[in-house]
Design a protein around this ligand. Structure first.
Ligand code: GLP
Length: 273
């Protein structure tokens, strides 16, 4: 069997409805069993429509997050929680402030740590994920360097949560939000590739033409530490949820078999990669 599956949607909005449906089924089925659902969450512009949809499901369709535990992929080093560009602030602004998830269930690496405590903090993050039973569902975006989390080129497949140096391209991509590249942190703490690949289900999201080339490289290029998203090729339960533009460099799209373009309804086509 070949994986991951590639799911091409008419738009990001249609894709996130599908994804939010899958996540809410997980949460509800776990709640019915009196169990927690463990989500791995991502930042960046890409998952924003997903978070809007989850908030909508909470407000208007009674989806409770009381039995959800979350672990974010990463955090910038040197940013306090209160910094508007911290991922802690981002996640609260776009998701946590609008749902009923207890604050004690929310986990992000800390960006403010004395040098001597960094290794122990990273090891504890790993232990917390393990103690929660591992990640049920990991949501990912993809960076310009092909990174997942902040696993920049050179990140080993078995890497764990650790401090990393940010690639120049990653810092340039973030420079507008920070008001200049000089303001962008040079380091971050990220879950490792190994940590991410242990998730039982992974969905990578990508929208727009800017992502087309790197999505192609991740799916069709060699497995390499230079593109950490390429490691997903070996994960048995990963899907790439793409809009048409992000899928536009994949050779079998938009119309040739076995890939199918998508209309609504049905809402999606999932095909083996
Ligand atoms: C940052 C995050 C990644 C994210 C990437 C892409 O680097 N650490 O997790 O996937 O940005 O961001 P965007 O979704 O804004 O393109």
């Amino acid at each position: 069997m070949s994986f991951p599956s590639i799911c091409v949607f008419d738009s990001a909005e249609v894709a996130v409805r599908e994804l939010a449906g899958e996540i809410s089924e997980l949460i509800r089925s776990r709640a019915a069993q009196g169990r927690m659902a463990v989500l791995g969450l991502a930042t960046g512009n890409t998952p924003l429509p997903l978070y809007q949809e989850l908030v909508r499901l909470h407000r208007h369709h009674g989806l409770s997050f009381a039995n959800v535990v979350s672990f974010n992929l990463d955090e910038y080093m040197g940013l306090a929680r209160e910094h508007p560009q911290s991922y802690w602030a981002f996640m609260h602004r776009h998701l946590f402030d609008h749902i009923d998830m207890p604050e004690s269930h929310i986990h992000l690496p800390s960006g403010i740590l004395p040098e001597a405590d960094i290794a122990a903090h990273c090891a504890e993050y790993e232990a917390r994920i393990r103690d929660a039973g591992g990640l049920d569902f990991q949501v990912l975006g993809i960076g310009g360097t092909g990174h997942i989390g902040f696993n920049e080129p050179g990140s080993p497949k078995d890497s764990r949560t650790r401090r990393v140096l940010l690639d120049e391209l990653t810092r340039r991509d973030a420079s507008t939000a920070f008001g200049g590249i000089d303001q962008v942190p040079t380091q971050a703490i990220t879950m490792g590739c190994g940590t991410i690949l242990e998730a039982r289900r992974i969905v990578l999201l990508a929208w727009g033409p800017r992502k087309a080339a790197i999505v192609h490289t991740a799916l069709r290029g060699p497995l390499t530490e230079q593109v950490s998203a390429s490691f997903l090729q070996e994960h048995p339960n990963t899907s790439f949820f793409l809009d048409r533009d992000a899928a536009s460099s994949l050779e079998c799209l938009p119309s040739a078999t076995p890939c199918r373009s998508v209309t609504t309804p049905p809402r999606r086509a999932c095909v083996p990669g």
